[in-house]
Design a protein around this ligand. Structure first.
Ligand code: SAM
Ligand code: SF4
Length: 315
């Protein structure tokens, strides 16, 4: 449906857990998170009802995220249920890849069409520095298993962190030569764990083009400008949520694992939909979409106004 500013809102990012098997330095505290109480997490039945209500409001694409969605108990049933919802045409999942070897086949059978895998380095030491876990080999097996499983699309997402993984950019770009994957470089956003990071850690997506001037533009997919290497099979996406706003074309809403509907990533505005049913649930979603803020406003110090860490929102 259209919001108050004429934008077509048809994409829901649904977090199914805030737990994770990694502890990425920009996303989660080293000590992990205070566990949500079991009764505060959306149940599988509540997720089904919310997704149907969202579809009734014009949502046709769902991204299942987290935390790490593959640590959520019953994740395959959740995916299957979402894929079977009337009106939902695309089911995507974002994962860090560690558990993909266990789940990839079932995910595909359950109706997940598209996978995004987060991979911030191809160097095991840097991977460990970023994720605070020694699981690089497992992540790489996950990426390979996903590529072999031939989903409709595989995207590899790399968050750019100055002084940490900038030296790995060219190697990550090379993945598009070997495989038909879309590698996307994402500017780090000043939210949660990294809200107070110094400017030196920020690298603009444009920097990737400076490093690899042979990249040539092939179009856009909404949030990213797309490029290719001259001998590349896959594409390279550059995502600049910070250096260029994409609020005027924003098409999405978010729901947290505890059932808070967020109309804008960087706004503190949240509407609780846990426990709502039937018409009241549909009307609450419809009103929240309609009143989605025009654009996000960062605080004067450049920080996001959202009070949550990214593992609680889902990216
Ligand atoms: N655990 C899954 C994963 O890492 O793919 C899904 C959840 S994670 C919160 C979703 C995405 O958000 C990841 O690609 C992650 O790199 C990104 N992310 C987390 N914090 C971020 C930040 N401050 N700026 C930009 N991207 C961020
Ligand atoms: Fe976990 Fe994803 Fe956050 Fe990393 S980015 S800590 S994998 S939720």
């Amino acid at each position: 449906m259209e919001d108050n500013f004429g934008r077509n809102i048809h994409y829901l990012r649904l977090s199914v857990t805030d737990k994770c098997n990694l502890r990425c330095i920009y996303c989660m505290p080293e000590t992990g998170v205070t566990k949500l109480r079991h009764e505060d997490i959306l149940t599988i039945e509540e997720i089904a009802e919310i997704v149907q209500a969202a579809a009734d409001c014009g949502i046709n694409k769902i991204r299942i995220t987290g935390g790490e969605p593959l640590v959520r108990k019953g994740i395959i049933d959740i995916c299957r249920q979402i894929a079977a919802t009337k009106g939902i045409q695309e089911v995507c999942l974002t994962s860090n890849g560690i558990l993909l070897p266990k789940f990839v086949k079932e995910l595909k059978e359950a109706g997940v069409n598209r996978l995004n895998i987060s991979l911030d380095s191809l160097n095991s030491e840097t991977y460990k520095e970023i994720t605070r876990r020694d699981l690089f080999d497992e992540a790489m097996i996950g990426v390979k298993t996903a590529i072999d499983a031939a989903f409709d699309s595989i995207k590899i997402n790399t968050v750019l962190i100055g002084g940490v993984n900038d030296k790995d950019i060219l190697e990550i770009l090379e993945l598009t030569k070997k495989h038909n994957v879309n590698v996307r470089f994402i500017e780090i956003m000043p939210i949660g764990e990294c809200a107070n990071w110094v400017d030196g850690r920020f690298i603009s997506a444009e920097y990737v083009k400076k490093l690899a001037p042979q990249l040539y533009e092939v179009g856009t997919d909404g949030v990213s400008k797309l490029y290719k290497l001259p001998d590349g099979q896959g594409t390279v996406g550059l995502i600049s949520p910070i250096s260029s706003h994409f609020c005027p074309t924003c098409n999405r809403i978010r729901i947290t694992a505890d059932g808070m509907l967020k109309p804008c990533l960087h706004s503190h505005e949240e509407v609780s939909i846990k426990g709502l049913k039937g018409k009241e649930l549909v009307e609450t979603i419809r009103n929240t979409i309609y009143n989605k803020p025009k654009r996000h406003e960062l605080n004067e110090d450049g920080q996001s106004q959202s009070q949550r860490n990214m593992n609680k929102i889902g990216g």
